[in-house]
Design a protein around this ligand. Structure first.
Ligand code: C2E
Ligand code: CA
Ligand code: CA
Ligand code: CA
Length: 276
């Protein structure tokens, strides 16, 4: 792009065109996928470092389209947000997750299930009601659901009373909230006072540089300390190695999630992970 040739201008607009095209294809296929129930949910375990037990799983959406192949959440979610289809993805994941938590409970497995929700989804004034209705419909107890919101979400929600009210209502009913990607947002802690947050999830970028950087080690120690003093559970995501796990144990981090324990798997695979 540095050269001042006409070709570059052409290829740039070609790239933009391609991107737009891909977006509209994804949108079209996504509408169909939602209609035909072609989305899936995988679950990734979270382990309590004190007991060594899996106490929760995070629900992560998956889409393998017969025409365009696998579309990763990192590509899918932003497009779904732009087009408003995120609300349909959310409804689907909420229903799946509640159904699954209820099913596990019937089998004698008390597992919390985490659901990722974006700020846009919470702008729907009926979000809390929809979640509570789904709990009733599926027979899932509220305490088995934890909603993951990002730090960016928290920052935006701070100024939106209807979102705060909905979150508090859900908390009163027994649902807990996890603050995802902690440490990647902005240094405003006002939302800590305003929002009913229960768990801090340390972002995986920190975890990945943990063993190489002493600065990161101090940072994570600090976050764990901060979380404890706020009476929060502190969970680290993206844990891939034993060294990372051991350091986190040393810092008295409460829980971990990551490939070291397991990749996201289908619901059927969770019970065997519990017993191993
Ligand atoms: P996230 O909520 O931060 O989820 C963690 C991501 O890290 C997941 O990617 C997970 O598969 C991946 N991961 C887990 N353990 C490890 C590890 O040890 N190493 C590495 N390198 N990666 C690990 P995934 O499933 O591709 O999801 C990406 C993002 O898409 C999620 O980030 C979340 O923001 C969003 N997302 C996924 N499912 C949903 C959903 O149902 N609704 C919404 N709104 N967003 C979703
Ligand atoms: Ca998450
Ligand atoms: Ca995260
Ligand atoms: Ca992320």
């Amino acid at each position: 792009v540095r050269e001042a040739g006409g070709d570059n201008i052409l290829s740039l607009s070609e790239a933009a065109h391609k991107k737009l095209n891909r977006k509209s294809i994804i949108e079209k296929r996504l509408l169909m996928a939602l209609d035909q129930h072609n989305l899936k949910v995988l679950y990734q375990p979270q382990v309590d470092l004190k007991t060594g037990q899996i106490y929760a799983v995070e629900a992560l959406v998956r889409w393998d389209d017969e025409e365009i192949g696998v579309v990763s959440p990192d590509e899918l979610i932003p497009i779904a947000e732009e087009t408003g289809l995120i609300n349909d993805i959310g409804s689907f994941v909420i229903e799946e997750a509640c159904q699954q938590a209820a099913k596990w409970k019937k089998q004698g497995l008390e597992l919390k299930v985490g659901i990722n929700l974006s700020v846009r989804e919470f702008r729907d004034k009926n979000m809390a009601k929809f979640i509570l209705d789904t709990l009733t419909k599926t027979g899932c107890p509220a305490h088995l659901i934890q909603i993951e919101i990002t730090e960016k979400f928290a920052l935006e929600a701070e100024a939106e009373t209807s979102i705060i009210q909905q979150m508090r209502k859900l908390e009163e009913e027994g649902i807990t909230f996890v603050l995802d990607d902690f440490g990647t947002g902005y240094a405003s802690f006002r939302y800590m006072q305003l929002l009913p947050i229960n768990t801090l999830k340390i972002d995986q970028t920190f975890v990945h540089s943990l063993t190489q950087s002493e600065k990161t080690q101090r940072l994570i120690k600090g976050i764990v300390h901060f979380g404890k003093s706020m009476n929060l559970t502190v969970l680290a995501e993206g844990v891939e190695t034993n060294e990372q796990k051991e350091l986190l144990e040393q810092y008295e981090c409460d829980a971990i999630q990551g490939f070291l324990i397991s990749k996201p798997v289908t619901a059927d695979n969770i019970p065997q992970l519990l017993s191993s």
